[in-house]
Design a protein around this ligand. Structure first.
Ligand SMILES: [Zn+2]
Length: 259
C-alpha cells in the first residue's frame, strides 16, 4: 500500500472532482491519503472529505500566510473547535515559517506566534505537527525547542533544505517527507538528502495539486503520483520500490497513528 502523506483535498486546481481524485488514487494502490488543512475554511473542507472516504484522513492547521487578520487567540479557539468535530483528524498543520516576498503575507513575528500556538496545540492534543519551512529553519528549531522538543512528534513536509537541516529534524525525532520535487533536474542537493536519510525516517507525499513530478510539470499534481516519488527514492537509494512502499506506509501509519 502506498500512502500520500500530504495532499490538499478538495482543491479547485484538480481537473476532476474530489471523488474522482480519491477513487483514482485508491485504484492505483494509493490507499491512504492525508488531506492537509491550511486555513479555517480549508480545514473544514478537509474534515468533510475525510468523513466521506474511509481511506482519507486529515489535519487542521493554519499556513503562515492564511487567515491573516485573525489574531492568534481567535485562531486557537477555532482550531480547538474543529479538533472536536472529527476522529479522522490525525495531525496539526501545515504550519511553520515562510520567509518570501509574499505580497500581503503575515509578518515574521506574527508567523512565529502562530507557529508556536500550533506547536502547543500539538503537544496538548498529542497529535504530530506537519511543518512547512521556507527559509525559516532557525526560527523553527528555536520554537520547537522552546515548547519542549522531546515530547513533540512531527514531519518536515516537502523537504527542500540542506542535509544539515535534515539532521536537525532527525535529531528531534521528526520524519522527513519528500515530494515530487526530488525528480527535478535541479534537485541534486535534495537527492543527496534522500540518500542520507534513513528509510525508517522517510515519508512520501505529493503536496498535490502543487509540485507535480518532472514528467507532469505544467499540469496539476494528483495523489496517485506519489508512486513516482517512491520510484525516485528507490532509484536514489538503489533498493526495490516495494521496500520504499512498505517502509513509507509503515512510517506514515506510525506518525499519524492510522491503520
Ligand atoms: Zn501542502
Amino acid at each position: 500500500m502506498y500512502i500520500d502523506s500530504h495532499c490538499h483535498l478538495p482543491h479547485k486546481k484538480y481537473k476532476m472532482d474530489t471523488v474522482a481524485v480519491v477513487t483514482e488514487a485508491m485504484s492505483e494502490g494509493v490507499e491512504r491519503l492525508v488531506a492537509i488543512g491550511t486555513s479555517l475554511k480549508e480545514n473544514e473542507l478537509a474534515i468533510k472529505t475525510a468523513q466521506k472516504f474511509p481511506g482519507v484522513y486529515c489535519t487542521v492547521g493554519i499556513y503562515p500566510h492564511e487567515d491573516i487578520g485573525l489574531d492568534v487567540d481567535k485562531l486557537r479557539l477555532e482550531l480547538e473547535k474543529q479538533l472536536k468535530t472529527s476522529q479522522k483528524i490525525v495531525g496539526i498543520g501545515e504550519c511553520g515559517i515562510d520567509i518570501t516576498n509574499w505580497k500581503g503575507g503575515r509578518p515574521l513575528l506574527d508567523q512565529r506566534d502562530l507557529f508556536e500556538m500550533q506547536l502547543n496545540l500539538a503537544l496538548g492534543t498529542s497529535l504530530p505537527i506537519v511543518v512547512h519551512n521556507r527559509n525559516g529553519s532557525d526560527h523553527i528549531f528555536e520554537l520547537v525547542k522552546k515548547v519542549g522538543a522531546s515530547w513533540l512528534r512531527g514531519v518536515a513536509h516537502c523537504f527542500s533544505s540542506t542535509w544539515e537541516d535534515a539532521k536537525r529534524f532527525l535529531d528531534l525525532g521528526f520524519y522527513i517527507s519528500f515530494s515530487g520535487n526530488i525528480t527535478y533536474p535541479s534537485a541534486q542537493e535534495r537527492r543527496e538528502v534522500v540518500k542520507k536519510t534513513p528509510l525508517e525516517k522517510i515519508l512520501i507525499e505529493t503536496d498535490s495539486p502543487y509540485l507535480p513530478p518532472q514528467r507532469h510539470r505544467g499540469e496539476p499534481n494528483y495523489p496517485k503520483y506519489v508512486k513516482i516519488v517512491a520510484e525516485k527514492v528507490a532509484e536514489i537509494k538503489q533498493i526495490p520500490i516495494k521496500e520504499v512502499e512498505d517502509a513509507t506506509a509503515k512510517n506514515t501509519c506510525r506518525l499519524f497513528q492510522i491503520k
